[in-house]
Design a protein around this ligand. Structure first.
Ligand code: FES
Length: 89
């Protein structure tokens, strides 16, 4: 996933925005990433990836997440399987 790809597909929050949020705002727990454009508060698919970004960015690194096309496709499967509901658009 590139920095300009969407990490939270429900709220169109890009990976770059989340990484910068962690660096600048220094949240103490991963759940505070919800304050970054609502990331993670929709279907829930991105929450494990937000946690990974939280851990890596807190340590000064950038986690290499799955390719955007796979990430998007797997999120659709997750939704199709009834594991999460995206917000109404
Ligand atoms: S992709 Fe982030 S909450 Fe759905």
């Amino acid at each position: 996933m590139d920095m300009d790809d969407e990490l939270c597909l429900c709220f169109h929050v890009r990976k770059r925005k989340v990484v910068n949020f962690v660096r600048v705002e220094r949240p103490s727990v991963a759940s505070q990433l919800s304050e970054c454009g609502g990331a993670g508060t929709g279907c829930g698919w991105c929450r494990p990836f937000l946690k990974r970004i939280f851990v890596s960015a807190t340590a000064g690194a950038i986690d290499d997440l799955p390719e955007a096309v796979d990430y998007r496709s797997n999120r659709q499967t997750y939704i199709d399987n009834g594991k999460g509901t995206p917000p109404a658009s």
